[in-house]
Design a protein around this ligand. Sequence first.
Ligand SMILES: NC(=O)c1ccc[n+]([C@@H]2O[C@H](COP(=O)([O-])OP(=O)(O)OC[C@H]3O[C@@H](n4cnc5c(N)ncnc54)[C@H](O)[C@@H]3O)[C@@H](O)[C@H]2O)c1
Length: 262
Amino acid sequence: MSMLHGKRILITGVVNTGSIAWVVAERAQQLGGEVLLTAFERDRERTLEARDELPEPVDVLELDVTEPEHFERLTEELRERWGRLDAALHAVAFAPRAALAGDFLAADLDSVQRAFATSTFSYASLARVLASLAPESGGSLVGLDFDAAGAWPIYNWMGVCKAALEAASRYVARDLGPRGIRSNLVAAGPLATRAAGGIPEFERLIEAWEEMAPIPWDPEDAGPVADAVCFLLSDFARSVTGEILHVDGGFHAVSARLRRAE
Ligand SMILES: NC(=O)c1ccc[n+]([C@@H]2O[C@H](COP(=O)([O-])OP(=O)(O)OC[C@H]3O[C@@H](n4cnc5c(N)ncnc54)[C@H](O)[C@@H]3O)[C@@H](O)[C@H]2O)c1
């Protein structure tokens, strides 16, 4: 039987076919899952175009993750359509430029708060949706992380938001575990998506991966990340929660790599 057969999965964060979430939606359908997408109003037209490229027809529900009432409406729409929700993918992040680049200490509070609301607090809001609709057999929430164990040369307050996302996922795992609802993150290596294009000097991260990752890393291929997400969404990961699965070619595991002598 296919890994996601019979699973009803909500996928946020599709803006185009390069979105990590789009590749997850494609894989999830191929693995037998039933998928609904959400769209951020500003990106809706692009999301609909990307939706049309998926193997199976899919509906798109509205969700701005900074609007609490959108989560309430989403819960009711899902209840009416599906009656239950087995799994959800959180694939949303945004930071104003002041929080993402330049002098870390000079960032203004408003920019940092917007980054946190969009990229971190929204994870708990999506967990609430899943908690309201998950069947007795449990559920699975997966989020997308960029390893926050250390400070990057760029990324600034987004790195802080990801560190907080890692903590939030552990608290969700703690609180929803007794109901069989799991919470896990996939820490991806750098991928050339629209969000990544908004990070100044993002190519420096790609260069670091070329230098360090034990397994060659392709920043154009979100497939390995999507496959790991599908595993965590599925019952194959039924005893995995509070975990951060690094899908980064092994970058996180090495401290330095010596160039081979020519
Ligand atoms: N691209 C990378 O290198 C990389 C690496 C690790 C983790 N991630 C994470 O993957 C996730 C998905 O990003 P991506 O790289 O696929 O980029 P993307 O640009 O394709 O997706 C980002 C999504 O966030 C949505 N969004 C932004 N503000 C929103 C709001 N207020 N409400 C609802 N949706 C909103 C956009 O519509 C878009 O669909 C993010 O959490 C990102 O931090 C990306």
